[in-house]
Design a protein around this ligand. Sequence first.
Ligand code: EPU
Length: 338
Amino acid sequence: MLTDRNISLKPYNTFGLDVAADYLTHIRTPEDLEAVFSTSKFRLMKRLVLGGGSNILLTRHFAGLVIKVEIEGITIMDEDADNVLVKVGAGENWHQFVLWAVEKGYGGIENLSLIPGTVGAAPMQNIGAYGVEQESVFHSLEAYEIASGKVVRFYKEDCKFGYRYSAFKDTLKEKYIITDVYYRLSKQPTFNISYGNLKATLEDMGVDELSLVAISQAVINIRQSKLPDPIEIGNAGSFFKNPVILKKHYQSLQAAFDEVPGYEVSTDEIKVPAAWLIEKAGWKGYKNGEIGVHSKQPLVLVNFGGGQGQDIKNLSIEIQNSVHKKFGIALDAEVNII
Ligand code: EPU
């Protein structure tokens, strides 16, 4: 077990915020977790589990122990003519796992190309993009139970997946550390290109025969054209969730604003793109010193360099207030604010 003291978390969060933690421990095997939690000093300490640090906003010094999960490995556990069951270490980079699957011809996660972060974080918030969520290929996961020191298996129904939601954000929060995730991928993939401009992008690329490689590349192209690369501009992807409102509310917005976009999610509920609300509230491309709102995708808040987490948090509150004032809609943060 390798533990650093009073260490900057700048390399460990995609906003690139330079805040420190009292301790940071690198977890390479589930046994490393056992070693950490057998020490009463660490067992009793405030904790923060980090994967790729791509969905977190650090606003101040972290007075506790940061647990950086670096468990690796991609192993085929079972297969038949149609499917493979793959066990993936929680510390594996998500996009590298997608590329591995695409190269092997295993379908199901190609639409989730280029999402930053680690495999362990994927079920936590049920990552999704371009019409696919990780729950559609999720089989189960293993997690270290802090109270008992045992590794426990959770199946799909235990995780209660929803839109950017799982029980690990809620009832199971802070009780477990995900060590491995099992995905069932398809050897006979069905392609899903119905979302947004995916089909048009494939056409522009001159693709006439769909393949996992082509879809993955199309998603990469779209993401690279709209979303800032955290290596160049600090960000954590979508800062807010897309709000779901009642149809009645949506109809009153349609009367007041032309062409408000919306997608039906149930018979009486509509999901409205937060990007549209934020843009119409005047924030797209906003810049204040070192922080701002991305010019191509207003759902993404950015740190141009030396920005502070507290300032980004304050900006997010200002945006929430102005969207609420203009549309009567409450935006919830998707990013974890620490
Ligand atoms: N829009 C605007 N102005 C803009 C950009 C978008 O008005 O500048 C409106 C348009 O109406 C557009 C709609 O927003 O049709 C939706 O935009 P987009 O398809 O780009 O998706 P999104 O709602 O902005 C969601 C996810 C992304 C995911 C994309 C693609 C959430 C919070 N975000 O974004 O996820 O990549 O769909 O599937 O659900 C993330 O979670 O970090 C993330 C990037």
